[in-house]
Design a protein around this ligand. Sequence first.
Ligand SMILES: CC(C)(COP(=O)(O)OP(=O)(O)OC[C@H]1O[C@@H](n2cnc3c(N)ncnc32)[C@H](O)[C@@H]1OP(=O)(O)O)[C@@H](O)C(=O)NCCC(=O)NCCS
Length: 135
Amino acid sequence: MRLFMFLGERVIGSVSFTNVSRGALQGCWLGYSLDGREQGNGYMTEALRAAIPHVFQALKLHRIMAGYMPRNRRSARVLRRLGFRVEGRARQYLLIAGRWEDHVLTSLVNPGVAARARRSSSPPRARRARGGVNG
Ligand SMILES: CC(C)(COP(=O)(O)OP(=O)(O)OC[C@H]1O[C@@H](n2cnc3c(N)ncnc32)[C@H](O)[C@@H]1OP(=O)(O)O)[C@@H](O)C(=O)NCCC(=O)NCCS
């Protein structure tokens, strides 16, 4: 799914959720880019705050994964601001401009899915205690 960001009638950026994998993973990869002239205005964070709830609630995916080059501090800040957690570092991960570049791997897990899974796996006694008189 590729989404485009508009400033007036001008396209200034895009956000893509790719490699959607259902089955046991229920995950996808996030990529994004913004017109150089529009960086540093908060636009990408705003775009992702609008797009991510759609991926979690409408598409019902469980995990969004995103990677960035260690020197891309601005991209790191975008992801951290949105709650993505660093999970590791992949060596020589992507071929970018003719060089194999290391990437920091991050992900964001759907808080709704995790909460539902916890509820359905709690023992009956715990469910009763939380559920009050009818539980
Ligand atoms: C990474 C990238 C998407 C970030 O876009 P962005 O719109 O600048 O990111 P944000 O939405 O998080 O903007 C936050 C910045 O805007 C500033 N800002 C200014 N006005 C703001 C406002 N009203 N609200 C929020 N932030 C504001 C913030 O201080 C922050 O600055 P900082 O990054 O220096 O800390 C962009 O730099 C880009 O496209 N880079 C090239 C491609 C790329 O790296 N893609 C990602 C590959 S992993």
